[in-house]
Write a protein that binds this ligand. Sequence first.
Ligand code: GDP
Ligand code: MG
Length: 440
Amino acid sequence: SLSDRLGGVFDRLRGRGALTEADVRAAMREVRVALLEADVALPVARDFVEKATEQAIGQNVLRSVTPGQQVVKIVHDALIAMLGADESDLLLDVAPPAVVMMVGLQGSGKTTTTAKIAKRLSGRERKKVLMASLDVNRPNAQEQLATLGTQVEVATLPIIAGQQPVEIARRAMQAAKLQGFDVLMLDTAGRLHVDQALMDEMKAVADIARPQEILLVVDALTGQDAVNVAQNFSDQVPLTGVVLTRMDGDARGGAALSMRAVTGKPIKFAGTGEKLDALEAFHPERVAGRILGMGDVVSLVERAAESIQQEDAERMAMKMAKGQFDMNDLRGQLAQMRRMGGLGALAGMMPGMKKAQGALQQAGGDKILIHMDAMIGSMTVKERNKPELINAKRKIRIAKGSGTTVQDVNKLLKMHQEMSTAMKKIKKMGGIKGMMAMLG
Ligand code: GDP
Ligand code: MG
């Protein structure tokens, strides 16, 4: 697995301080291979590895896991972030009928997925659903949808021979409105390759039906080619999401990453078989695991990181218990935050940090950590020890010295204030141990 391969790269690194740039780059070459083997498109893999490299360089080596495992975890988290979580619901909360339009190449699974989604909406969500096939190219395409409709007990628009897609869409809209359907699903025609006639037809249909959701259906086994398909569709119609079909095959899920990167839209469902209930919400964790081919590495590293954060928090709290928290301490904390993976790692570290984290995220995310360091660097020794000395004039000087603004300095002072208040509270409760005891 990737984890084993990275073990080789990192063997000599265990127990040393930080992940060095050279080691991380060597590891990321392995990651890149793993991504390509999982069918992630080349440019997407390249971009992704670049970002993950930045994140990994300079991170502290955790004591109880190997650096290889740690890098897998970093890559895994970056994958999940990129795949996007919790966005798989269809947004159908409009005056009915809400329209869902399915687009994609021929054979990608549009018609099957149309019936699968209709089944889910009418069953689990008790919506009144109408399906209409706009596929006038493929012989019997409309009959195929009607048959599926019977199987899943969902209504289909009666077929009128000779009508063109735009006319059918208009008729479907009218029927859905008149007969009080909640959702109208439009199954469109595919092509073997993307062509302009197909795109124009889709745009004309979208103009009439004004869909809430336009879902691009992509075969997960398409591999590298999937990117071009997604790019083409994405350029021409306002997609709202992607459905990946044939995830039951030997696809390793790389297409998911490519789709997400190219369209910027969430993967809403995964098709996992020919049966009409073989439709699942998309699980980024599962796909990330599949792409990296790893077992329990992630939870192992999570536990290791947790225990170290706890140690750090205790050490810190001990210092705070003496009631001092000056700019030097804050600076140390900021440096530690950067080492531990930036703001994202912050919330779990210290009591009172959640609030500070929110404020920092709003103030510009991880960049602000560096700005803050510069601001503290521009303070005199006296100011660092006794921040309450910092008046309006001194603020201007500090801002100038650090290339920031007085507003930035104010934010820093406010954060320091909030943190020392939190520290004092901890002290009152008998330090972090007392706090734990109180919580039971
Ligand atoms: P369309 O041309 O895009 O409408 O594609 P269809 O819906 O007609 O599907 C083409 C074939 O793919 C059919 O035989 C489906 O049963 C099959 N299919 C669709 N989705 C899946 C899936 O998630 N897994 C598997 N194994 N087969 C699928
Ligand atoms: Mg079809």
